[in-house]
Design a protein around this ligand. Sequence first.
Ligand code: GRF
Length: 217
Amino acid sequence: MASRCKTAILISGSGTNLQAFIDAVKKGDLDLELTVVFSNNPDAYGLKRAEQAGIPTACIQHSDYPDRESFDHAVIAELDRFEPDLLILAGFMRILSPTFVAHYAGKILNIHPALLPLYRGLNTHQRVLDAGDKWHGSTVHFVTEDLDGGPRILQGRLAVIPGESADELAARVQTVEHRIYPEAAGWVGSGKVRFENGQSWVDGKPAAEPVVQTHQV
Ligand code: GRF
């Protein structure tokens, strides 16, 4: 993939991960061109973050469409105006249709707040505490039709502190996310990491396992 890879960021809410991308590009740590921030929610605070950073925004409300397929077609039409090379899901709370995933095959990244394949789905922090796990974290992965199941690229892990609440743990995981998501996206943007034949490749070699970083936050 060419440098200055054209990148669309999709959000539904606060957009702290979006902010991490904005800050990393501004500092010169991340060589992506943030061409559009898209939301399905007009009240998403992340849209304000984008406007403050001078990034174009687009919003289409899913509630204006009768079904997932028609909404996704509208989103594709809107995003394609920006000719994105890469789509970053950053708290985008919509399940993508197979049509959408196929249209951008190998170009969509997500971050999931768990050490996948552990804890797909919601409420991950409480589930980790309930299970008494020693480690938790977040995973950047390619998006495929398999929800939270696409090839993993980078995991940031941290030690669970005995007695901490789910909210405290979630806040620490988010701090890790703000470090690992721009880093992993930069790898894909530069072509170091790519998706082909259903798997992740690093420097031209198939990578069955993600890079794992241990963070202290
Ligand atoms: C992140 O914690 C991520 O793991 C999940 O959605 C959250 C988005 O948070 N996919 P924010 O909007 O970036 O603050």
